[in-house]
Design a protein around this ligand. Structure first.
Ligand SMILES: Cc1ncc(COP(=O)(O)O)c(C=O)c1O
Ligand SMILES: [Zn+2]
Length: 367
């Protein structure tokens, strides 16, 4: 399975996938990779995300860094007189869907023989990359906002990663990580295209769980877009291989208090505008300047989807409503479900809508 990198700015192709996390021109890389996956290969394979082995860009099985993650339940949950199907990704080993990306990225990095990496995060990606680094035996520095949820900071340190608490905004944290990336490999879940080839397994699992059928609509967070872009890649690969017939519409959710992508969508802009970010309970999707913002917008537009802004005062009630049904999720996940509820009001009676619980409730500061 040949893999190469293509720059989204200058268009150059980089054959050597080893030690580049961005193009020398500064542009973002995407992977050029054609999976050789077919559902008939699945017989007898374990129910985790590595069952889609031919779709995952890691050369040697020996390098796979895995806790047996994935294939999370897809459960039908009622909202008013309609229902949606929700992937239970709060059940991943480190407590969030980020493990989809980390298992593929860390397997790739193990393949390169790297001994040390760094990551920056609002919390969950840091927890996840730290867990998989521990398993891989790779040293890990994690840059986080000083005010991130204490449970996430404790989790990162427990895995043995070196924590750098940065005061200021999430964007200040990213800037500190970029400076450190001059010396240490930047295993960024936003920049590194291998991460997106892990999050794409959301699409593979959903289609398999629906009997190799695409949903009509997926409602996903749109923070740094690891799920929106990952889902777009995954559904596109399945469609190109003739395994599903159509692309689902991708609906992105942001908090109204931090909504650069939905602002661009609503105003029909072809760039991501600067916004004034206000505090929000949904820290995981509070990305004011997402590096792949334009790509996220393109995924929404190309699939005929839309962006939804959720008012801050709807997040806690959505959390409480789900907890009363027995689902214990992060407040960021509750924001996405608040967006799903807005979408469900206008969804068709027969429309097959899929969404996701992205993080576990034990990560919350307090509720
Ligand atoms: C719980 C949770 N949900 C959603 C997101 C946002 O995801 P994305 O980067 O895919 O937009 C995050 C990111 O940190 C998160 O922690
Ligand atoms: Zn370039």
């Amino acid at each position: 399975m040949p893999v190469s990198l293509t720059c989204t700015s200058c268009g150059k192709n980089q054959k050597d996938t080893t030690l580049y996390w961005r193009c020398p021109c500064g542009g973002l890389f995407d992977l050029v990779f054609e999976p050789a996956f077919h559902p008939k290969k699945l017989a007898g394979r374990q129910h985790n995300l590595w069952r889609y082995r031919e779709a995952l860009p890691v050369k040697n099985n020996r390098n796979i860094v895995s806790f047996g993650e994935g294939f999370t339940p897809l459960l039908e949950i009622g909202f008013g007189d309609k229902s949606a199907w929700i992937k239970q990704d709060q059940l991943f080993p480190s407590g969030s869907y980020k493990d989809r990306g980390s298992t593929v990225l860390l397997s790739h990095l193990k393949e390169t023989g790297l001994e040390k990496i760094l990551e920056d995060s609002s919390g969950n990606a840091g927890c996840s990359i730290a867990a998989y680094s521990a398993l891989a035996g790779i040293g890990c520095d994690v840059y986080v906002p000083a005010n991130a949820s204490p449970s996430k900071l404790a989790q990162i340190e427990a895995y043995g990663a070196r924590l750098h608490r940065i005061s200021g905004s999430r964007e200040d944290v990213a800037a500190a990580a970029l400076r450190a990336a001059e010396k240490t490999y930047y295993a960024s879940h936003c920049w590194n295209p291998y991460f997106f080839h892990g999050t794409k397994t959301f699409a593979y699992e959903v289609c398999e769980q629906l009997g190799w059928k695409a949903p009509d609509t997926v409602v996903l967070p749109a923070g740094n877009g690891t799920l929106v872009i990952g889902a777009y890649i995954g559904f596109s690969e399945l469609k190109n291989a003739g395994i599903i017939r159509k692309m689902p519409r991708i609906v992105g959710v942001q908090a109204r208090n931090c909504n650069p992508i939905s602002t661009a969508w609503r105003k029909d802009l072809d760039y991501i505008p600067a916004i004034i970010k206000k505090p929000t309970l949904s820290e995981g999707i509070a990305a004011a300047a997402p590096v792949r913002g334009k790509q996220i917008l393109d995924c929404i537009r190309k699939t005929g989807g839309e962006m939804i802004d959720v008012p801050e005062q709807t997040i806690l009630p959505a959390f409480r409503e789900l907890a009363k049904k027995g689902y214990f999720i992060e407040l960021t996940s509750a924001a996405i479900i608040s967006g799903l509820k807005i979408y469900m009001r206008k969804a068709g009676k027969k429309e097959l809508v899929v969404s996701i619980f992205t993080g576990h409730g034990l990560k919350n500061r307090s509720t």
